[in-house]
Design a protein around this ligand. Structure first.
Ligand code: GLY
Length: 385
């Protein structure tokens, strides 16, 4: 792996500052925010991104509602306090209703939605009904698979020929399918996830190991058409969050398939990302920027940190493994020192300076609920949990 010298120095310097005591005291602050939000959000959900650093409340729609449920499950996992379990279980009812109504269901993000809510419920509390619901969501998700092109359609109506594309983010939705095969013994979910992951690797990675955000196919033939962006700076630039999803997503597909090509890609994708980190190790919203006044995307740092720690388990080379862990810890330290909202402000979000979509002028320089979720996950991962 070829990472520039300055970045390596910054990584190790920041990583050393993240002591166990610092993580546990930060978790205390994080739990205080979650406790405040349990009352505030209760049976609603925070919006995907804040507005003037306050989350508006929504019903269960869009791709992000399960991140708040997921935070409750992580809090329960860490503390074993039933108040988090009760609050999360309240949401399971909402995810059931969403399934029954097929409300806002034309999306590949059923993976995020039903893994973080229902699979977590099953894993942590043996909730069989939540398990069945997650399997039903997996059935819906494989229904989006396109034989012609061998991919899961990202967004929109399954019959919409203009929506015939995959997106890099979907690598994170595949664990729902891998898991569904494990618990049902039916390989159809695994096969769909594996085929989609292989197609993604084939089309989404450029020669320099940057990634496209989205990739279109010809609906008649399944031939490759073109890569374009939806949330990045340009079709030829590299959207930071997409690259973070790619690092975490390749590790997750390796975890379930043991196909070594995923980890071969993973190292190159991570290398591209790490070499574009600015001084404080938190990337700009698009990796075309490495300095200047553009906004950061703190959520990408949190996702990448989790992805690097997950990946480290599958890396044999000890120096690369060590670099991955320290890069993750360095980023978490910087997020904690420079981005964490902090108790005195009494805000409902955790890490500031996230960007949802700069081209869409949506959630720019705000909290994002997935950024908060992955920051909490990263803190727990840094504690080896
Ligand atoms: N998956 C949508 C996003 O990362 O903004």
């Amino acid at each position: 792996m070829n990472i520039n010298k300055n970045t390596i120095e910054r990584i190790y310097k920041e990583s050393e500052l993240l002591t166990k005591e610092k993580i546990t005291s930060t978790l205390k602050t994080v739990l205080e925010t979650i406790d405040m939000n349990i009352t505030k959000f209760w049976d609603k959900f925070p919006d995907a991104a804040s507005n003037d650093l306050e989350y508006n409340l929504t019903d269960n729609h869009g791709w992000t509602t399960s991140f708040w449920t997921g935070m409750l499950w992580l809090a329960y996992y860490y503390t074993k306090d039933d108040k988090y379990k009760e609050a999360a279980e309240k949401h399971i009812e909402s995810f059931r209703k969403r399934y029954e109504d097929r409300y806002d269901f034309e999306t590949h993000d059923l993976g995020f939605l039903y893994s973080l809510s229902c699979v977590s419920a099953y894993k942590l509390t043996n909730d069989e009904a939540a398990k069945d619901l997650a399997i039903k969501a997996a059935d819906e998700l494989i229904g989006r698979f396109k034989e012609k092109g061998q991919f899961i359609q990202a967004w929109g109506d399954k019959n919409d020929r203009t929506a015939y594309r995959l997106i890099i983010d979907c690598m994170m939705n595949l664990p729902l399918l891998y898991w569904a095969s494990e618990v049902t013994g039916d390989s159809k979910y695994y096969n769909t996830a594996y085929a989609h992951a292989k197609t993604t690797m084939d089309v989404i990675i450029r020669d320099d190991y940057s990634t496209y955000h989205t990739f279109y196919f010809d609906p008649d033939t399944g031939e490759k058409d073109k890569g374009i962006t939806a949330q990045g700076y340009s079709d030829s630039s590299c959207w930071a969050r997409g690259q973070a999803w790619s690092v975490y997503g390749t590790a997750l597909s390796y975890r379930y398939t043991h196909d070594s090509s995923f980890m071969e890609h993973n190292e190159k994708l991570a290398e591209y990302f790490l070499n574009r980190l600015p001084e404080d190790l938190v990337p700009y919203w698009d990796l075309i920027f490495t300095d200047g006044n553009e906004e950061r995307d703190s959520s990408s740092a949190a996702i990448l940190a989790c992805g690097l720690i997950e990946s480290a388990d599958y890396i044999e080379d000890s120096s690369i493994k060590e670099l991955y862990i320290n890069a993750a810890r360095g980023m978490v330290n910087s997020l904690t020192d420079n981005y964490l909202s902090g108790k005195p402000e009494g805000r409902s979000g955790l890490i500031k300076h996230s960007v949802y979509s700069k081209p869409g002028n949506n959630g720019v320089d705000e909290f994002s609920i997935w950024g908060d979720y992955y920051y909490l996950e990263a803190l727990l991962r840094c504690l080896d949990m």
